[in-house]
Write a protein that binds this ligand. Structure first.
Ligand SMILES: [Fe+2]
Length: 215
């Protein structure tokens, strides 16, 4: 059984809040994915990538422009990656510019050519609107301001036959949703939300359980 934790946005808050979420997640999980908007917590993730050996990160929109950004603070750290751990495929993508680049499609196409393992896909911005607890809809998503977003639509279509689990940040809360293209967990509580927390998955080849953990 793979224990996967996802930790969301810090988004210009106090880095000690991200440290609190990451340390709790690293303490219990086999692998931890930070879902972007690390800024200004780069030293926090750098230290833990090195010391734990189990932290993977993807960029968010707050990580693209200075002062303080991924390129300056995490030089050489891949923004997109693929891992196979305990029979589970993990793919991290960079959709901060509201596009999916060719390198990402190459990874996705390689997976889809032989989708024998369950797929967990991580990209910062959600692909479709979120219904908030009060029933209103948020379009704080990939392509916001110019919807529909061509690459988000293309990715959703691509994912339809794959039964993937998607994890996103960008939304500073927690929610689970089941649109037509997969199962989606949003978690933006790595310091940006009033409540600090993370999501812990227990994953087996036949399925998974997710727990929303608050600190
Ligand atoms: Fe964001």
């Amino acid at each position: 059984m793979l224990k996967l934790a996802v930790v969301g946005d810090l988004s210009q808050n106090d880095p000690s809040r991200l440290a609190q979420a990451l340390d709790a997640a690293i303490g219990v999980a086999d692998v931890v994915v930070q879902l972007g908007d690390i800024n200004p917590g780069y030293d926090v993730v750098k230290d833990r990538m090195k010391s734990s050996g189990k932290l993977l990160c993807i960029p968010g929109n707050h990580d693209t422009q200075g002062p303080g950004n991924w390129d300056a603070s995490l030089p050489g750290t891949p923004k997109q990656w693929q891992k196979s751990i305990q029979g589970i495929t993990l793919i991290g993508l960079d959709n901060t510019n509201d596009t999916i680049d060719q390198a990402a499609w190459n990874m996705l196409n390689a997976y889809a050519a032989s989708p024998a393992q369950p797929l967990f896909l991580f990209c910062h911005k959600p692909l479709s609107p979120i219904v908030l607890p009060d029933g209103t809809e948020s379009t704080h998503i990939m392509g916001e301001g110019a919807l529909p977003c061509a690459d988000a639509e293309k990715l959703k279509k691509f994912l339809e036959p794959l039964d993937a689990t998607l994890c996103h940040g960008h939304y500073h809360g927690w929610t689970l949703m089941k649109p037509g293209y997969g199962t989606v967990v949003l978690d933006g509580r790595g310091g940006a939300a009033p409540q600090i927390g993370y999501t812990l998955f227990y994953i087996q080849p036949e399925g998974w359980v997710a727990h929303s953990v608050t600190l």
